[in-house]
Design a protein around this ligand. Structure first.
Ligand code: SD4
Length: 322
């Protein structure tokens, strides 16, 4: 709570005049409203927000902004949940999932993609250059290579060593929180209030070969409706898929809830549908057209990062379990 207040004070936005548009029906008091271009990402993806803000403030589109943001952790070998350096499946293969969605409702997605460092850009290719929404595995790789993407080994020495150590016991027990989640979901809003989003991950560490999580699924890991708002998810994909998590968040915003309240309601639905919720993490972040944002998760430990022209703030998410 104080974090949000501080942030709003820091940015001196208390007097910002904002039209609430689709969310005006809400009885809830608007909070966390920001002016101008905004980037918001899951976890401490500061570099991603910087890239997105650079794009938003240098004449690029809001779609360019989320793609540029998502590419930052994809290219970072030290980010063990995304792209190059991501933890492999149980057989030692790095398999990547990503999606992207623009303010017109166009979307593209790749799942089970191997050997390409920037799956979010391949997802954009699917959206812009094919009649489809989703391509998987060999087909996605074929499209990427046909469009000039270079095939490379994405398993770094460090990731390989960790996987070899894991193989001694071969227990699939994903640690529930920040210790091994830093998948990026990124949402952005341009000066005119147009929204886009992207989500990219190497998925759950040491998953079964072929496993696909929520991150590349439109409506689960990411959803954008430019009339209302946008949402993205992180955490245990299976739990997010079961409730069509981000579609649910956006629909809650359509009904008049603030992004904060919508994320909370979606987390409560995850909790209700997953009796083992105490042992798993799911976090949602959301933004609406007015520039209001929010986030909520099951376990303490999830954080998200918000940037405007005036500054960047890492925010500890409120959680269902306190
Ligand atoms: C998945 N949701 O594949 C992803 C994992 C994740 O931070 O978010 N990690 O289930």
């Amino acid at each position: 709570m104080s974090n949000r207040r501080d942030f709003i004070q820091t940015l001196a936005l208390g007097s910002a005049a904002v039209t609430l548009g689709a969310c005006q029906a809400s009885e809830e008091k608007p909070e966390n409203i920001l002016d101008g271009p905004i980037a918001i990402s899951t976890w401490n993806n500061r570099g991603a927000n910087s890239a997105a803000m650079l794009a938003l403030t240098t004449g690029k589109t809001v779609l360019d902004a989320v793609e540029a943001g998502a590419r930052v952790p994809e290219g970072d070998p030290n980010d063990r949940s995304v792209g190059y350096g991501g933890r492999p499946d149980r057989d030692g293969h790095v398999t990547l999932d990503a999606c992207i969605m623009n303010s017109e409702g166009d979307c593209g997605s790749v799942t089970f993609l191997e050997g390409i460092k920037h799956p979010v850009s391949v997802a954009r290719l699917v959206m812009e250059k094919t009649p489809h929404v989703m391509l998987s595995g060999a087909g996605a790789l074929q499209l990427a290579k046909a469009n000039g993407f270079e095939e490379e080994d994405l398993l770094t020495e460090d990731s390989k060593k960790e996987w070899e150590a894991w193989k001694i016991k071969e227990e699939y027990s994903p640690v529930i929180n920040i210790e091994n989640h830093d998948t990026i979901g990124i949402l952005a809003r341009d000066n005119e209030g147009n929204l886009s989003g992207a989500c990219t991950t190497s998925g759950a560490a040491y998953k079964m070969r072929g496993r696909v999580g929520d991150s590349p699924l439109i409506g689960a890991g990411l959803f954008v409706d430019n009339e209302v708002g946008a949402a993205t998810a992180t955490g245990l994909g299976e739990a997010v898929i079961r409730v069509c998590g981000t579609h649910l968040v956006v629909e809650m915003m359509r009904q008049g809830h603030s992004p904060q309240e919508a994320c909370k309601l979606a987390v409560e639905r995850v909790v209700q549908k997953n009796p083992d919720y105490q042992s798993l993490q799911v976090g949602f972040i959301a933004i609406n057209k007015a520039g209001e944002y929010g986030g909520f998760c099951i376990q303490p430990g999830f954080e998200f990062i918000v940037s405007t022209k005036s500054g960047t703030e890492l925010i500890k998410s409120k959680s269902y379990i306190t």
